[in-house]
Design a protein around this ligand. Structure first.
Ligand SMILES: *[C@@H]1O[C@H](CO)[C@@H](O)[C@H](O)[C@H]1NC(C)=O
Ligand SMILES: *[C@@H]1O[C@H](CO)[C@@H](O)[C@H](O)[C@H]1NC(C)=O
Ligand SMILES: *[C@@H]1O[C@H](CO)[C@@H](O)[C@H](O)[C@H]1NC(C)=O
Ligand SMILES: *[C@@H]1O[C@H](CO)[C@@H](O)[C@H](O)[C@H]1NC(C)=O
Ligand SMILES: *[C@@H]1O[C@H](CO)[C@@H](O)[C@H](O)[C@H]1NC(C)=O
Length: 577
């Protein structure tokens, strides 16, 4: 080799190792966004796509898109029609039911999303579902699901195409590989491949083909503070798989990191060949007590040399890596995950894309700008309130509840409500909702006065903590609605401050300075408990509380302002508008 060639090669090597690192903050998908699975798709204009778990929320199984790994825009929901998965309508008393961890892959022009619907309705029996799309920005393009055979009643399906054209579905727990027929969902052959390092719950498998090895990445230890990511490899797809001697490759177990429960990883390469790891994490610190947004998606750079094992930087709030150039050109009519809402429900518009229901909705309960009420979202009362009951029939009765995810550590949410209840116990208001058994509500409610026996419109603050026995709960507080406010729109404001205390106030919509404090509650009440896999939703509701009332509630001027993200314990970064 001559000198000039050597210099050329050297400068190339230097250039590679000097890839400009830029700073970014975690989480990249803040709020209730666990179990990420992500891909890079060159054919779709060099775009990264991720999916995260949605449990009982609907539309389900969201797709996110980004050109730079930092700015993420909602692309579509793979399960967006109630009849795709009628089981989601079940009145599961268990709030952890619904669609669990999915895998997203792209092959020959088609996006594949494989997931499982989990329920204890007829005993343990997760249903594995495959959805496909040829346009990730269009809900209507998602077809399926095809229901797969699931001989071991397993969860966390993965999809992998081998070089010989065979397709494998990995599943947990204890990792099985099934050779499958994608068009029918039939299992053709089964191997048990690797059970991890011996910790409990080997799950969330993803298989990769690299440098002549099959690498199998999994999570273990459970999705709590013992969670970790481990890896093994084999020359043959059916094994034997050899575990990496320095496992785990990523964990926050036994550390005092602010980002805890780190695990459930997926690995992918960008256009420049850099490797990236996504994982779930909980911003709780090792105390793991207050984490209303639950498990969120984080990003970390990784190196994965030829023939070697992956090396992943431990998850932190502020990290740096060789990110693609900033690029916010992502098509579609989606919303950005970091942005807030300014919704005025103008006539002719649809329910905003970021709005979620708890199970598929009874659509007739919700209407934008109904006759006589322009610029409002009408919610008709359901018999059940947010806690519901065992007789509740989600498909027939529906739940008068609509929400969006809480996406930041400090925020301000306000919404105006016009509601003139006629019957006893009719109620409408705003809520911080984790599950049916953990929510904090502020509302207008019609109650019978003890002294006069007359119906009286009152304002109520009421935390519900059935799902977390033992947690300290502030008392319910009810006041008589000031006479001058009755019959006019009332503004509800919910804030969360750095001390992780939610604050609830009410005011006449046209005189916000007359604000009255209704109550405060620690975010402890909506962390874990009956929603161990979930994160909080901010929403509005209308109910007859078991009565016969039919009075509609009209919500308007919906404003959600994410203000700060906590990136280290006690360190809050402002969110740029
Ligand atoms: C960039 O970040 C990667 C991943 O953390 C690291 O391996 C590499 O050394 C960094 N490069 C520079 C030039 O700092
Ligand atoms: C994993 O565990 C299951 C049962 O717990 C066992 O049947 C299987 O053989 C194990 N697989 C491997 C590869 O060790
Ligand atoms: C974590 O692991 C330790 C040691 O095995 C165990 O004592 C502890 O209960 C586990 N914690 C959780 C949350 O699973
Ligand atoms: C809650 O709101 C009231 C009324 O605006 C205010 O006086 C109080 O300081 C707030 N408390 C917190 C914890 O933000
Ligand atoms: C919800 O409704 C039931 C009656 O259906 C009632 O017993 C319960 O107290 C209500 N919960 C709230 C928060 O009002």
């Amino acid at each position: 080799m001559n000198i000039s060639k050597l210099i050329c090669l050297l400068s190339f090597v230097i250039r590679l190792s000097n890839a400009a690192n830029v700073t970014f903050t975690n989480p990249i998908l803040p709020g209730f966004n666990p179990d990420p699975s992500c891909i890079f798709v060159k054919e779709w204009d060099n775009t990264f796509f991720c999916t995260t778990s949605s449990f009982l929320t609907f539309p389900s199984t969201p797709l996110w898109a980004s050109k730079d790994l930092i700015h993420w825009k909602h692309a579509s929901y793979a399960i967006n029609r109630g009849d795709q998965l009628p089981e989601l309508y079940r009145n599961s008393q268990l709030q952890t039911e619904g669609t669990w961890a999915s895998t997203l892959r792209y092959r020959d022009g088609t996006f594949y999303l494989i997931t499982s619907y989990v329920s204890w309705h007829d005993g343990w029996g997760p249903i594995i579902l495959l959805l496909t799309s040829t346009d990730p920005y269009d809900d209507a393009s998602w077809t399926g699901p095809i229901r797969f055979e699931n001989p071991e009643k397993e969860i966390d399906p993965d999809l992998f195409w081998d070089d010989d054209g065979k397709v494998y579905m990995g599943v947990a727990r204890g990792i099985f590989l099934h050779q499958v027929d994608l068009s029918t969902g039939k299992v053709l052959e089964t191997f048990t491949v690797w059970n991890g390092t011996g910790d409990r719950n080997p799950e969330g498998p993803h298989l990769y083909n690299k440098d002549g090895y099959y690498y199998l990445g999994i999570g273990e230890g459970g999705t709590e503070t013992n969670h970790s990511a481990v890896i093994s490899r084999s020359r043959s797809i059916s094994g034997p798989y050899e575990g990496y001697e320095n496992n785990p490759v990523l964990t926050a177990k036994d550390t005092d990191a602010f980002f805890q429960t780190v695990g459930h990883t997926d690995y992918f390469q960008d256009a420049a060949g850099n490797w990236w790891c996504v994982a779930l994490a909980t911003r709780s610190g090792p105390d793991w007590e207050i984490y209303p947004m639950g498990r969120e998606t984080v990003l970390s750079p990784m190196t994965w040399d030829e023939g070697g094992w992956p090396i992943i930087d431990p998850i932190q709030g502020t990290m740096s890596g060789p990110l693609p150039t900033e690029n916010k050109y992502v098509p579609g009519d989606g919303f950005w995950v970091h942005e807030g809402d300014e919704e005025d429900f103008e006539p002719g518009t649809q329910i905003p894309r970021q709005f979620l229901f708890w199970r598929p909705p009874k659509e007739s309960l919700f209407e934008i700008s109904p006759a006589g009420h322009p610029n409002s979202l009408q919610v008709l009362p359901s018999r059940v309130n947010l806690t519901a009951d065992s007789q509740f029939e989600p498909l027939e009765e529906g739940m008068g509840f609509i929400s969006r995810k809480q996406s930041s550590s400090v925020f301000r949410f306000t919404v105006d409500l016009e509601f003139n209840p006629k019957d006893a116990d009719e109620e409408a208001g705003a809520t911080v909702f984790l599950t049916q058994y953990q929510h904090i509500d502020v509302s207008i409610i019609n109650t019978r006065s003890c002294s006069s026996g007359e119906l009286e419109q009152r304002l109520r603050f009421r935390p519900e903590a059935l799902g977390k026995p033992g947690v300290e709960v502030p008392p319910t507080r009810t006041i008589t609605t000031p006479q001058a406010w009755v019959g006019k729109p009332i503004r509800f404001t919910i804030t969360l401050d750095e001390s992780q205390t939610y604050n609830f106030t009410v005011a006449p919509a046209d005189r916000p300075e007359e604000e009255i404090w209704m109550g405060s509650a620690s975010a402890d009440i909506v962390s874990g408990g009956s929603g161990p896999f979930h994160g909080t939703l901010l929403g509005v509701f209308a109910t007859s509380n078991g009565g016969t009332g039919k009075t509609a509630a009209y919500f308007s001027r919906w404003r959600y302002r994410p203000l700060k993200q906590e990136v280290e314990a006690g360190t809050f970064l402002p969110i740029k508008e």
